[in-house]
Design a protein around this ligand. Structure first.
Ligand SMILES: Nc1ncnc2c1ncn2[C@@H]1O[C@H](COP(=O)(O)OP(=O)(O)OP(=O)(O)O)[C@@H](O)[C@H]1O
Ligand SMILES: [Mg+2]
Length: 248
């Protein structure tokens, strides 16, 4: 579905991505792990061209999206649902309006249909009847679920989840994972998840990629990843400060 080829990205003198290669399989969940600050969010933002690379390609079904002009770029982005790190809800709008926002902005769907769809998504994430509340009136877990409802409101082909469970207790986190898995089975989207919630996130992942040193150091089906003898993977899974991954 998505192929990342030799992706390079620097910010000033800081080189973050140094030749990333990655294949995201259609209709599966691929999880990207790596230490804080290693460039996971930067990589994810390249997948729908929110960031453009210094060098390399991002192919979505064979089309290099780094070269698209405004209109096709806009259409391509419409195929993506995004759950940003921290949910990024608009505080001045109710939850229902937040979920409805992409439909109102990007489509000409009649208002009655928009409301119906937004309410349906809220119900699917367990926030039935909560649409009148404002983001500031919700708990962290509820905000994540509202963000998930918004990410799914346009029936996206591809959904990007940047740390959907960070800051939640293990039970709520597991609930969000279950919700993502259930939604993926319902809507059959291609999922890309960034997560620090290890090993729990492996339960919903078909593939796992480890980003370290600016490249994908390991990519495999989940079982093989977890059992990999790659020292980088072992260090990461065990959370050790000593090893080939440099810790600040
Ligand atoms: N727009 C930007 N301008 C300058 N530097 C940036 C920008 N975006 C990211 N960076 C830098 O790129 C590096 C990687 O950031 P990124 O947000 O991708 O990390 P991450 O792996 O997602 O970390 P975390 O797990 O903590 O979210 C950081 O050093 C960050 O400061
Ligand atoms: Mg990040």
């Amino acid at each position: 579905m998505i192929r990342v080829v030799d992706l390079h990205k620097s910010f000033g003198k800081q080189s973050v991505l140094k030749g990333v290669n990655l294949e995201i399989a259609a209709g599966k969940i691929t999880t990207i792990v790596g230490t804080s600050g290693c460039g996971k969010t930067v990589l994810m933002k390249h997948l729908n061209a929110l960031l453009l690379p210094d060098r390399g390609q991002v192919l979505v079904e064979g089309v290099d999206i780094t070269k698209l002009r405004q209109k096709p770029l806009y259409e391509m982005r419409g195929r993506f649902g995004v759950l940003f790190q921290g949910a990024a809800l608009l505080d001045s709008m109710t939850i229902l309006d937040n979920v409805a926002f992409p439909l109102r902005e990007k489509t000409r769907t009649p208002e009655a249909e928009i409301r119906k769809k937004a309410e349906e998504r809220l119900e699917q994430v367990g926030l039935e009847g909560m649409g009148y509340k404002y983001p500031g009136e919700l708990s962290g877990g509820m905000r994540k679920r509202a963000g998930l409802a918004r990410a799914l409101v346009m029936d996206p082909d591809i959904v990007l989840f940047d740390e959907p469970t960070t800051g939640l207790d293990p039970i709520l986190g597991a609930g969000i994972h279950q919700l993502i898995a259930r939604m993926q089975q319902t809507f059959k989207f291609t999922g890309v998840v960034i997560s620090h919630t290890i090993p729990q996130v492996f339960g919903i992942s078909d593939y796992v990629a480890l980003l370290a040193n600016g490249v994908i150091e390991e990519f495999n089906v989940t079982d093989a990843f977890v059992n990999s003898q790659n020292p980088l993977v072992r260090q990461f899974i065990k959370g050790e400060t000593e090893g080939p991954i440099q810790v600040l």
